[in-house]
Design a protein around this ligand. Structure first.
Ligand code: TRH
Length: 362
């Protein structure tokens, strides 16, 4: 089938990150994909090799292409009016509507299970009379599942941790805790770094490029006003990473003992890595991320120290930071096992779209 996937980049990397991953995985299963995106610049570092079968196209409001066989509107980005009109015309000409999927953000909240697969009639605009279908990624079989490549376990099995670390000028040393850091500006970050600096256990932070780098830089500079050279001479060491490709970002998570991730796509990657992780949610002004965090923790069923760490990291509670992550390991592995027993997102999407195409109910 020919797929049209539409993506608008709001800020950060999650929207294009998910849309690229989805496009690439569809193409690997033999589908053809046109990925329409308003700002494709991040793909230069995220996916420098591209993917045969995926064509990246600029989305301006002049999109006049003939619709393909299925349309995905990612994260409520609202299809261009011309494309909606073309979809309505194609529906009249073909005598049936190409499936139109409304891909939602990942959440463990119960509404994802209730709404997944439901139809949503388009009431106004050039697409009036057509029907979209909600697609909710999620953590249970009643949702659309998570993006998981079929060759993930094979790639993981071949991964050479020592070689990867050395390629980033890190000598793997026994006894040093390796911690990846991909975050926004967590209020507890300064405390965490100070705590690791004062610990008896050596810790190396591998800090990702962008907002995490800027947040840590501010803290290092503040420390250096009173302690020149900080964190030199302490148990804390820092490696500043460049922007990594999506597959190299997986390597980072596989190489570390603990992963700090943020948004949705890197959370999924941390779950596949099955190492202890801490998730920072995208902060929302109405604190909707508090409910979202609590639903995720209820699904994960972590030990108390892990739950409390998440609450402190997300500014939900003022709990003291206790990095007891070896205790978290078994739960992280159990979470991956549970998820691997469920269908992945692309399989569920193909099932739903083929069902729609045959005119069957979801
Ligand atoms: O970048 P994010 O914070 O994206 C967020 C969320 O998706 C959020 O829900 C959304 O509302 C907001 O953007 C606008 O985090 P996320 O979702 O983890 O996406 C990051 C992507 O960047 C992911 O695909 C991994 C990728 N990445 C790399 O490929 N290389 C890197 O070096 C880094 C740091 C990230």
């Amino acid at each position: 089938m020919l797929w049209d996937i539409f993506c608008k980049v709001i800020d950060n990397h999650g929207d294009i990150g998910v849309c690229w991953r989805l496009s690439a995985q569809l193409a690997k299963r033999g589908e053809q994909v046109r990925l329409w995106v308003d700002d494709a610049s991040a793909l230069q570092w995220m996916a420098p090799d591209g993917q045969p079968g995926v064509t990246v196209l600029a989305w301006d409001d002049q999109v006049t292409a003939q619709p393909g066989d299925a349309v995905v509107e990612a994260f409520g980005c609202e299809l261009a009016r011309q494309f909606q009109a073309a979809l309505a015309a194609a529906t009249r000409a073909r005598g049936r509507q190409p499936p139109w999927i409304n891909l939602e953000y990942l959440t463990a909240e119960s509404f994802a299970q209730r709404s997944h697969g439901l139809p949503s009639p388009v009431l106004a605009g050039p697409g009036a009379g057509l029907v979209k279908r909600f697609f909710h990624p999620g953590f249970t079989p009643a949702t659309g599942g998570l993006l998981r490549e079929s060759d993930l376990a094979r790639r993981r099995g071949r991964f050479d941790r020592g070689a990867w670390l050395r390629s980033h000028q890190i000598e793997p040393t026994d006894g040093t805790r390796l911690v990846s850091l991909f975050c926004y500006e967590p209020p507890a970050l300064a405390d965490l770094l100070a705590q690791c600096a004062a610990s008896t256990l050596p810790t190396r932070f591998l800090v990702t490029a962008g907002r995490a780098n800027a947040a840590v830089t501010r803290i290092v500079e503040a420390q250096r006003r009173t302690r020149p050279g900080w964190p030199g001479g302490t148990a804390l060491a820092i490696t500043w990473l460049p922007l990594l490709s999506q597959s190299d970002f997986d390597h980072l998570l596989w190489a570390c003992d603990l992963n700090f991730v943020r948004g949705e796509d890197s959370l999924v990657r941390a779950l596949w890595a099955a190492r202890p992780f801490v998730w920072q949610l995208y902060p929302q002004s109405d604190d909707a991320h508090h409910t979202k965090l609590s639903a995720f923790l209820d699904w994960l069923e972590p030990p108390l120290s892990w739950r409390q760490f998440h609450q402190a990291w997300n500014g939900v509670a003022n709990a003291p930071l206790q990095l007891e992550f070896p205790e978290w390991e078994a739960c992280a592995q159990a979470a991956r096992r549970r998820l691997c027993a469920q269908p992945d997102l692309v399989s569920e999407l193909l099932r739903l779209v083929r069902q729609d195409d045959r005119g069957e109910a979801a």
